[in-house]
Design a protein around this ligand. Structure first.
Ligand SMILES: Nc1ncnc2c1ncn2[C@@H]1O[C@H](COP(=O)(O)OP(=O)(O)O)[C@@H](O)[C@H]1O
Ligand SMILES: [Mg+2]
Length: 392
């Protein structure tokens, strides 16, 4: 049986390295501005490549599918949490979820740099084209087996058994990026597209069986297994990524913005989302020559075409129930309770609970506890988007 042509054999060859391999962790440095410098991670490394540490076998890396790594501000605690889960507590399945641009990809690239030496194999794949599970399994197996002459299973049960065997015998770190592409539009968060349902079996098997490896999923929303399986005493964990806070000032410094006394206001409004902040900083640089105070004189939340375009696919995939609910939330003046929402709009309690939970998992809704009452609010940028682009 021939190996399918969709394998990118370029990734699998041991390529000569343009720069010497770094000892894991060696290039990580925290600068005074609280930013984590982009480390140099060789894109591929064969087991035979020498490292300066001879006490442990070298890690075999395949990051050919990963984007370029850049510097990172204010993710020290998230990196420490993930390292604790994965290295100390041997968690087998972890999700990093959050809105587009919040930094899932960047964080997991830095995590690899930090923990790769604990693994024999590290492999990164993006699911950006919603590949069927069979393709993903073959792709992973091809790297792990590294024997082009071996025929790989073409059906997913056999492919999955073989992969699980490898994950038991070896310590592998697999990162799947853009996992939202295998999840469905028009349904509550975490459901699969019909042609990708079998990923559910894959993730469940990784999370429920005993093995020595870890799978990290980066996604706008966690797949439904994760919410069912995760827990403090479970090998399945979930990290919902929030904004980067005051350290986002580094982004503004890089864009040469002025009026630093106003930056906190800007960071709060855009909830510390690094991509949103980069987009707005560019506008302020181009239109106001960097004068943030002048931009803020216009008492409105500016989205602009570029930022709206990042939100569009995320809003578009909501279920009808969620669209109705974010419309209602965009009309509420401020934080609102469940009781108030039931009074203001025509939802059954059960629909309302489902809708709020799903919007929370997608990071659209902010939840606050005030005097023993749970209050909900739309993230300001999402509110502005819904006001300017009514969804129903
Ligand atoms: N902590 C951070 N500090 C500075 N820039 C960041 C940080 N996290 C992400 N970025 C930048 O923000 C942009 C979006 O990050 P990315 O990781 O692609 O987001 P996501 O994968 O969640 O969509 C990228 O340009 C990235 O370099
Ligand atoms: Mg990403």
């Amino acid at each position: 049986m021939a190996i399918p042509m969709d394998f990118n054999s370029r990734r699998l060859k041991s390529q000569p390295l343009s720069s010497p391999c770094l000892k894991p962790g060696a290039s990580r440095s925290f600068s005074g501005d609280n930013s984590l410098q982009a480390p140099e991670i060789p894109k591929t490394r064969s087991p035979s490549t020498p490292t300066s540490d001879t006490s442990q076998p070298p890690t075999r890396l395949d990051l050919a599918d990963a984007p370029h790594i850049s510097s990172l501000s204010d993710r020290t605690s998230e990196l420490a949490t993930l390292e604790k889960w994965i290295v100390q507590e041997k968690c087998t399945l972890a999700t990093i979820s959050g809105l587009s641009g919040i930094g899932k990809t960047a964080l997991s690239l830095h995590l690899i740099q930090k923990i790769q030496h604990n693994f024999q194999y590290v492999i990164w794949r993006s699911l950006r084209h919603s590949p069927p599970l069979e393709t993903t399994l073959k792709n992973l197996l091809k790297f792990l087996l590294n024997q082009p002459e071996i025929e790989l299973p073409t059906n997913f049960p056999d492919g999955l058994s073989l992969l699980m065997e490898y994950l038991r015998k070896n310590r592998c770190l697999i990162i799947l990026d853009d996992v939202q592409t295998i999840l469905s539009s028009g349904q509550l968060a975490g459901n699969y597209r019909p042609e990708c349902e079998s990923y559910s079996i894959f993730f469940r098997q990784i999370g429920e069986t005993t093995h020595n490896s870890c799978l990290i999923l980066n996604s706008w929303e966690p797949p439904r297994e994760i919410t069912a399986l995760k827990g403090e005493n479970s090998p399945v964990r979930s990290l919902q990524l929030k904004g980067i806070g005051a350290a986002a000032a580094e982004i503004f410094r890089q864009k040469s913005l002025l009026n630093p006394e106003t930056w906190e206001n800007l960071i709060n409004t855009y909830r510390g989302n690094p991509l949103w902040l980069k987009i707005v900083a560019t506008t302020i640089q181009e239109i106001f020559r960097g004068r943030v105070a002048d931009f803020l004189k216009y008492d409105m939340l500016f989205l602009g075409e570029e930022l709206a375009a990042t939100l569009h696919p995320q809003i578009n995939r909501l279920s009808e129930l969620e669209k109705k609910l974010i419309s209602q939330l965009s009309r509420e003046a401020n934080l609102v309770s469940i009781e108030q929402l039931l009074q203001d709009a025509d939802f059954s309690p059960s629909d309302l609970f489902d809708g709020l939970q799903s919007l929370g998992r997608r990071s659209f809704v902010e939840i606050e506890e005030q005097e023993n009452e749970t209050l909900f609010n739309l993230c300001p940028v999402v509110r502005q988007y819904v006001i300017s682009n009514p969804v129903c």
